[in-house]
Design a protein around this ligand. Structure first.
Ligand code: GLN
Length: 484
């Protein structure tokens, strides 16, 4: 059962080959016996899952045919889930149980999915390796000495190891696409405003976006269809209809114009990853696509601009964790000041503190114009690069990550090298565009991801382009040996 896609599981459930309860028990047993090696879950909510599965079976018995009824999934532990702990990977929220569901969680519940648990992640989604979690590092199922990527590394590792058919993630600078690439699965970061951020713990509000991590593009289309949509409780949610993402999957790619940015193939790109991307271009050419060299000249400014904007927004968002209203409170505070200082000092990890300090600095009077305002102007330039490119091409492709999965600990003490892991993904968030990563081969026996970037609200096109590739390749079907 665990080797089936959501689309296949859905058909089996509808036909009554097995029940949602049987399916749920199967995945719970896999998590129980195999997750010790990965640490991909923070919380497993078995009882609740079984009761959701029973409800799904009743809906199926009544003849309801929603495609996600009875499908098991896991939520990244950044999404608030009513009655189940939401830690955001932090000691700060280790005791936090939200009194409500995030909108996208609610939508997936209504669609009939069964939540098996909450996945591990970098603390407050800050990281590219899943090493900053309060709950310990997550391991990559392809080689447990290496990282799964981050910050949605628990979701990516769990899907890659077939502990769950699909999971949710969030992407502020690459956190859906980069772990998808490093774990050999499919990940989609939607257009900013497509999926509600209500109930998704905020890191950098102008960049954060939730989306699916799945085995295939078809599965991503099914999940996105349920997650997307206008939400009046999120002021940046966009009120535009949600298309049927599955309807366009098979559209012919003849004449598709693919832009390859020269800046994505320079120094620092692992040659095996570069080969995988070029191999993918050959496949697309066979399908009738045209490859066009393009330039995104401000690419080199994306990481520096991001590391001003994201810390600035995080320092303001994380000020709500004060030891009074949410989560951790230090023992025996002397006075209010001591309560704030020690609660935050004791509960936030080193990377979170680093970002809060950078953020407070770049927002302080006297530095605001030099850093924050400047970064916002750079952001506009980066959006302009993409705007010009999309006048010439339909989609942009390149590597998702410059290297395959690296060793646990290898970059942990060197934040700058770590930050460069997102060199090809961050610009997409700064511009608010949709982006995807799909498996495109292997480099050094580890998965290599192909990134596909689209124009605003072109998710259906991205999914179509990804699906057609998965029809003629089998990289997305590969499973790590220990988890077959
Ligand atoms: N790795 C990037 C960071 O550390 C992006 C994280 C994310 O997308 N949540 O901020």
């Amino acid at each position: 059962m665990h080797n089936k896609t959501i689309a296949e599981l859905s058909r089996s459930l509808q036909q009554g080959d097995f029940s949602s309860e049987e399916l749920t028990r199967h995945f719970l047993a896999r998590i129980e016996s195999l997750d010790g090696a990965l640490n991909s879950f923070i919380t497993v909510s078995a009882e609740r899952a079984l009761s959701q599965a029973k409800q799904a079976d009743q809906r199926l018995a009544k003849g309801e045919n929603g495609p996600l009824i009875g499908i098991p999934l896991a939520q990244k532990d950044i999404f608030c889930t009513d009655g189940v702990k939401t830690s955001c990977g932090s000691k700060m929220l280790d005791n936090f149980i939200a009194p409500y569901n995030a909108t996208s969680v609610e939508k997936l519940n209504v669609a009939g999915t069964v939540m098996l648990g909450k996945t591990n992640m970098d603390e407050f989604a800050m990281g590219s390796s899943n090493e900053t979690s309060f709950y310990g590092a997550v391991k990559n199922p392809w080689n447990t000495d290496t990282v799964p990527g981050g910050s949605s590394g628990g979701s990516a590792a769990a899907v890659a190891a077939r502990l769950i058919p699909c999971a949710t993630g969030t992407d502020t600078g690459g956190s859906i696409r980069q772990p998808a690439a490093l774990c050999g699965i499919t990940g989609l970061k939607p257009t900013y405003g497509r999926v509600s951020r209500y109930g998704m713990i905020a890191f950098a509000s102008s960049l954060d976006q939730g989306g699916p991590l799945t085995r295939t593009a078809e599965d991503a289309a099914m999940l996105l269809g349920a997650m997307a949509g206008f939400d009046e409780r999120d002021s940046t949610s966009i009120d535009t209809p949600v298309p049927d993402y599955c309807a366009e999957l098979d559209r012919d790619l003849k004449g598709l114009k693919i832009g390859l940015p020269k800046e994505y193939f320079g120094e620092g790109l692992d040659s095996g990853i570069g080969d995988a991307v070029h191999g993918a271009m050959d496949e697309y050419k066979k399908m009738g696509a045209e490859i066009i060299d393009i330039s995104l000249p401000n690419t080199h400014l994306a990481v520096p601009a991001y590391y001003v904007v994201a810390p600035a927004e995080c320092s303001s968002n994380l000020s709500r964790f004060d030891g009074v209203r949410f989560g951790y409170r230090c023992e025996n505070p002397k006075d209010l000041e001591d309560l704030y200082k020690r609660s935050r000092g004791e509960a936030f990890g080193a990377e979170v503190k680093r970002r809060i300090m950078i953020g407070a600095y770049v927002l302080s009077s006297g530095y605001y114009d030099a850093y924050y305002l400047k970064a916002q102007k750079v952001r506009r330039l980066i959006s302009g690069d993409f705007k010009q490119a999309f006048e010439k091409v339909d989609v942009i492709m390149g590597p998702t990550s410059p290297t395959p999965a690296f060793k646990i600990g290898e970059k942990a003490d060197d934040p700058i090298t770590m930050y460069l892991s997102d060199i090809y993904t961050i610009a997409v968030n700064l511009a608010g565009l949709p982006g995807m990563s799909i498996p495109a081969g292997f480099a050094n026996n580890m998965p290599a991801g192909l990134q596909i970037i689209g124009n605003y609200f072109a998710e259906a096109k991205l999914l179509n382009v990804a699906h057609k590739f998965q029809q003629v390749t089998d990289f997305h079907t590969k499973t790590p040996d220990a988890f077959k």
